[in-house]
Design a protein around this ligand. Structure first.
Ligand SMILES: [Zn+2]
Length: 385
């Protein structure tokens, strides 16, 4: 657990833990014999605050205490934790923008940065986590751009801790009741943009479960619980096949299914996931029913999902009447409840996180919105590394 009092730029004793240059061999913390020197002071024009500067004596990159702050390079410096907080409490993008008197594009950018930070935060804080409980998983159904583009956010939660271990996404084809006009529109859109991969749920769930299984000791069985979606047994077979292909040992898998018609009460084995769905829809304005604040881009929804996961696991009380215990404390990865200032206390570097392939895509913003066709915009991460 990191110190919860100072950020690197307010800590008078702060010394750089590693070189911030990702191409330097001393970028990884703990590489012995790293040498750095003091390199003067930099005074910020806007508020005349001064920050100590340093220089890596290997690659000669210069940097300052600010380089290690999560709001590095931001003009609206104190907004990051505030936006994460208010976005987790049901406000839409434009509502947040009006509240803080900034442009809505600023809020969108802050949520994207917050999402990246939260992805790294989850990775960092769960580095040594071993799962010792049954895992419930399910797809949270929502949409991007218009109701013609539904997708699942696949979630895996611990049955006992309610900790959200993993999330992935799967674009879906619009199903259910449609008017003849909607059916025609769907056909037109599919002729123009192609149909979503019919295996998307299977593939998204495979990625989800592979990541969960990496955290279950191989001498213990993995108990996985889900509803009766036909793609789930196929996903589990695919997980086993893929592990065999790379000769990786995985736990014996016990898959239990629970009818989605079963009462969604506390004794339902899927309670943790049902509760997460409920909270997700309740807390984030983009997932409300019949809202105008729905996500226009799947990538933006994934960023918010990363924020939601950190909020659910570390910030929010596990139960509203249960004292200050969080899901992260029950899962054994935290000793105390955190607030958003704790989460954003210091900058996290993607080069340290050991991101899986799908997490690299999320970090780099490479999740595309089919409806945009060739008009995709990928935000260049100039200062991400
Ligand atoms: Zn260096």
């Amino acid at each position: 657990m990191t110190s919860i009092r100072h950020t690197p730029d307010t800590d008078p004793y702060f010394t750089p833990p590693h070189c911030p240059n990702q191409n330097c061999p001393f970028h990884i913390p703990g590489v012995p014999d790293w040498k750095w020197g003091f390199h003067g002071v930099y005074t910020r024009r806007s508020d005349q605050r001064s920050f100590r500067r340093f220089r890596c004596l290997h690659c000669f990159r210069t940097f300052s205490t600010r380089t290690f702050c999560s709001d590095y390079w931001l003009r609206e410096r104190d907004l990051l934790p505030k936006v994460a907080d208010i976005a987790s409490n049901g406000a839409g993008l434009r509502q947040i923008a009006r509240h803080y008197r900034v442009a809505h594009s600023t809020v969108a950018r802050l949520i994207a940065r917050g999402g990246r930070h939260c992805l790294l935060f989850h990775k960092e804080e769960t580095k040594n986590l071993e799962i010792a409980e049954p895992i419930a998983f399910d797809g949270f159904e929502t949409f991007e751009y218009s109701q013609f583009f539904p997708f699942h956010i696949n979630l895996a939660a611990g049955r006992k801790s309610w900790f959200l271990y993993e999330l992935t996404d799967s674009p879906l084809r619009r199903k259910g009741r449609m008017t003849p006009g909607q059916r025609r529109r769907r056909a037109e859109l599919e002729a123009e943009l192609g149909r979503p991969d019919p295996k998307a749920v299977e593939l998204g769930t495979t990625t989800l479960l592979c990541s969960v299984l990496e955290r279950i000791p191989t001498d213990q069985p993995a108990v996985l619980e889900s509803d009766e979606h036909p793609a789930y047994p196929r996903a589990i077979r695919r997980v086993v096949r893929e592990a065999e292909k790379v000769k990786r040992k995985v736990s014996a898998i016990i898959h239990r299914t629970i009818s989605s018609r079963a009462a969604r009460a506390r004794d339902n084995p899927l309670f943790a996931i049902n509760l997460a769905d409920l909270l997700f829809r309740h807390s984030h304005a983009n997932h409300r029913r019949e809202t105008i604040a729905f996500s226009k881009r799947r990538m933006a929804a994934i960023s918010r999902a990363q924020v939601f996961r950190v909020w659910r696991n570390w910030v929010k009380r596990r139960t509203e009447n249960g004292g200050d215990t969080t899901a992260a404390m029950v899962a054994g990865v935290a000793e105390q409840r955190l607030d958003w200032d704790d989460v954003f206390r210091r900058r996290l570097f993607p080069g340290h996180a050991g991101l899986a392939e799908f997490e690299c895509r999320y970090y780099a913003g490479q999740v595309f919105t089919a409806a945009l066709g060739k008009r995709q915009q990928v935000h260049e991460l100039r200062m991400a590394f």
